[in-house]
Design a protein around this ligand. Structure first.
Ligand code: ATP
Length: 318
């Protein structure tokens, strides 16, 4: 049965329902601070963080190591409690049993026994939930057909990741947390998983993923939230984040000096790369117009938007 034909019980609004941004959130962190350590030497994993996830959206939570991503997910899973502020999932405390049956998670440190077969793991996890997905559906969604009778311990790293993804789906959840879901997968397996994640979201399921593969966030996410030192520093669509983080790169051969270029409005940096000059500017069109006016010999002109990776580095370098 194709994934799209599975009868999911979700809060999916009708196709002509409100846009994602106007739907009631299914999960929120409101003014959440999470402090570890003693009062005299505290570590603030999260610092008054606000976050909302709406039905049917894929949100990528990005940030450097130690930014607080796993802490945010653990709070929404009810595995830890906030020091202050509140975590709500489907309008309730995330630790409530009824809430937890509607949530699935694939965590970085998931440890399951190597000595059970894939199908045995799936049976075990399905038994925890009132309305689990069928085994054939899970095998197909997570692309596990053909390896269901192998011991978990005998699988490759990428296959193990797919089993952990499958376990997150066993309970037919409405909200799915994927912490670094494609670590260790080759590019084909990764793209296959992206397709399945998109189909889940198209059915109204909400997905929060963390990843260090920025092209993954770019390809998958409706919205990216960048956090650093426990705070949200930027939020928007992948295109918005790229646009708002330092501008575009103009590459050309020009006789204009670095001093002249640096003095043009909206220019943020000027570098030399062999024969070429690279100018970064927030209003690239105006800068190019001015450069062409001042230098009739200008040649080899290219203008590029920053990659998400450049935007991310610019946002988190402080
Ligand atoms: N149980 C704990 N006890 C003490 N400090 C902790 C604990 N858990 C997390 N921290 C600290 O809180 C901060 C945020 O950690 P967290 O694991 O949420 O970051 P992360 O963004 O998920 O990082 P990574 O990308 O490396 O997985 C870090 O400084 C970390 O050392």
């Amino acid at each position: 049965m194709p994934l799209t034909s599975i009868a999911y019980e979700t809060e999916t609004p009708p196709a002509n329902g409100p846009h994602i941004a106007h739907r009631q959130p299914v999960a929120t962190l409101t003014g959440v601070t999470k402090r570890y350590g003693s009062a005299s030497a505290p570590t603030f994993a999260l610092d008054r963080l606000d976050l909302a996830l709406r039905p049917g959206e894929i949100v990528a939570l990005l940030g450097p190591n130690g930014a607080g991503k796993s802490t945010a997910i653990k709070l929404l899973l009810g595995l830890i409690a906030p020091t202050s502020g509140s975590a709500r999932v489907f309008g309730s405390d995330p630790r409530e049993a009824a809430t937890r049956t509607r949530v699935g998670a694939m965590l970085q440190v998931s440890r399951i026994t190597e000595m059970l077969k894939v199908r045995e793991h799936l049976d075990l996890f399905r038994s925890y939930y009132p309305n689990p997905l069928s085994i054939p559906d899970i095998l197909r969604i997570a692309q596990l057909r053909g390896i269901e009778d192998r011991l978990f311990g005998q699988l490759s790293g990428g296959q193990k990741q797919r089993v952990l993804f499958a376990l997150a789906l066993c309970g037919n959840p409405d909200l799915i947390f994927l912490d670094e879901p494609t670590v260790g997968m080759d590019i084909e397996a990764r793209r296959g998983l992206w397709t399945e994640i998109r189909l889940l979201a198209a059915m109204g399921k909400t997905v929060l993923l963390t990843t260090h593969y920025l092209e993954e966030a770019d390809a998958l996410a409706d919205r990216i939230i960048v956090i650093n030192k426990g705070r949200v520093i930027c939020e928007g669509t992948p295109a918005e984040i790229k646009r708002n983080s330092g501008g575009r790169r103009i590459r050309c051969n020009t006789s204009l000096s670095a001093e002249v270029l640096q003095s043009l409005p909206s220019v943020t940096s000027v570098e030399q790369s062999g024969e070429a000059t690279i100018v970064t500017a927030t209003h690239a069109e105006n800068v190019v117009r001015e450069m062409l006016r001042r230098d009739e010999t200008l040649s080899g002109l290219e203008i590029a938007s920053p990659a998400l990776e450049d935007a991310f580095l610019a946002l988190t370098k402080s």
